[in-house]
Design a protein. Structure first.
Length: 307
DNA sequence: GGCCAGGTGGCCA
DNA sequence: TGGCCACATGGC
C-alpha cells in the first residue's frame, strides 16, 4: 500500500511497510561501509540510481517514524508517470525485502534463547538485497577469498570503468555495468583492475551467459525450486556453493539459503559461542537445524554481530 | 613480515 | 567423497 504525496513542491511516495520493519536498523547496515559505490547515505537518506528502461532514475529513500518509507525523486517537481512509479515501488520493496513476512522468523527466535539474543537487538532488519542478478553474481565472485575492503575496491574499479552514472549534486550515482559490456572484454582488461585471471574469466563467462540468455533471474526463479536454482548456478565455473547461496540469499530471496562456508559466519559463531576454533561445516549444519528455514536471515543477522 | 581474507577448481587417492 | 593445493594480492 502507498500514497502519492507532495512536500515543498517535491513529489514523493509514502510506502507502507510490514510491522516487522525498522528503517533505522537497515540504515545502519547501509552505512557500514564508506567504500560502497552503488548508493550514497547522507543524513539518514539513501540515494541511488536505479535502471529503468536503460535510463537511470534517481531516487532518495528516507523514513517517517522509522516505519513508513518515503521515496523521493531528486530533481523532479512532478510525480513521475505511473509505470515508472510502479517500477520504483517494486524495486524498493525487493531491495528492502518487504515481500517477506518476518513474523514466523521472530516467533521462531522467541523459542530459542541463543537465536533470540542474536535477533532481538536487530529487530526490523531486512536482508538488504542486490536485485540485479548480474551484480549479485559479480559481487560474489569478486569477493571470494579476499578481505572486504579490497573487495569494495575491486567493485568500485569495475563499476567506474564499465558502468554508467547519473549526477546528483556533486555525487555520481552508479548503475552496475550490463552483462553485454562485460561479455566483450578481454581477460587482460579485467586483470588490469587487479582481479585474478580466474576471476576475470569467471566474470566474462557469467556475462556471456546472461547476454545470450542461458542465465537469467527469471529462469532461475521459474522452477520455483531454490535447490534447482542452486544446482544451475554451481554448474557455472567460478560459482561454488558459497556464491550460489549468497546469490540465493541476496538476489533470489530464498530465506533458507545458507552460505555455510562463509568465514564471517564462522567467525561470528565462534565469537558468540566462545569457541577456541572456528566451527566446522558439520557443526554449523547441526547448529542451524532449528532455524534451517530461516538460515539466510540468521546468517545476515550474524554478520551484523561482527561487521 | 606473516597471517588472513564474505572460495573455487582441479587433482589425487 | 574427501583432502590438499594454487590462485594472488591487499589489509592490518
Amino acid at each position: 500500500m502507498h500514497e502519492f504525496c507532495m512536500i515543498n513542491n517535491q513529489p514523493y511516495i509514502r510506502l507502507h511497510t510490514p510491522e516487522q520493519f525498522r528503517y533505522s536498523v537497515n540504515l545502519s547496515y547501509m552505512e557500514r561501509s564508506a567504500l560502497e559505490c552503488m548508493f550514497i547515505v547522507e543524513n539518514g537518506t539513501i540515494y541511488k540510481a536505479v535502471p529503468y528502461l536503460n535510463e537511470p532514475v534517481l531516487i532518495e529513500i528516507s523514513s517517517e517514524d522509522d516505519r513508513f518509507l518515503r521515496i523521493g525523486f531528486p530533481g523532479r517537481t512532478v510525480m513521475p508517470q505511473q509505470e515508472m512509479c510502479d517500477f520504483v515501488i517494486h524495486y524498493v520493496r525487493e531491495w528492502f525485502d518487504l515481500y517477506t513476512d518476518l513474523l514466523p522468523f521472530y516467533k521462531l527466535a522467541e523459542r530459542d534463547e541463543w537465536l533470540q539474543s542474536v535477533v532481538q537487538p536487530l529487530y526490523g532488519l531486512r536482508i538488504m538485497g542486490i536485485p540485479d542478478l548480474f551484480e549479485a553474481l559479480c559481487w560474489g565472485i569478486m569477493g571470494q577469498q579476499i578481505n572486504l575492503t579490497f573487495a569494495y575496491t575491486l567493485k568500485r574499479r569495475f563499476v567506474e570503468n564499465f558502468g554508467t552514472y547519473a549526477e546528483w549534486m556533486d555525487h555520481q550515482l552508479w548503475i552496475f555495468p550490463s552483462p553485454d559490456i562485460i561479455a566483450m572484454l578481454s581477460v587482460e582488461t579485467l586483470m588490469a583492475l587487479q582481479l585474478t585471471r580466474k576471476k576475470s574469466e569467471y566474470l566474462i563467462e557469467v556475462a556471456a551467459r546472461m547476454t545470450d540468455g542461458r542465465l537469467s533471474k527469471k529462469s532461475l526463479l521459474q522452477a520455483c525450486d531454490y535447490h534447482q536454482a542452486e544446482k544451475e548456478m554451481v554448474k557455472i565455473r567460478g560459482i561454488g556453493p558459497w556464491t550460489a547461496n549468497y546469490v540465493l540469499m541476496r538476489c533470489l530471496r530464498d530465506p533458507s539459503a545458507f552460505p555455510v562456508g562463509d568465514v564471517g559466519l564462522q567467525n561470528a559463531v565462534q565469537h558468540l559461542l566462545n569457541m577456541e576454533r572456528k566451527p566446522s561445516i558439520t557443526e554449523l549444519h547441526e547448529l542451524s537445524k532449528p532455524w534451517k528455514e530461516w538460515a539466510a536471515y540468521v546468517t545476515f543477522y550474524l554478520w551484523r554481530v561482527l561487521y
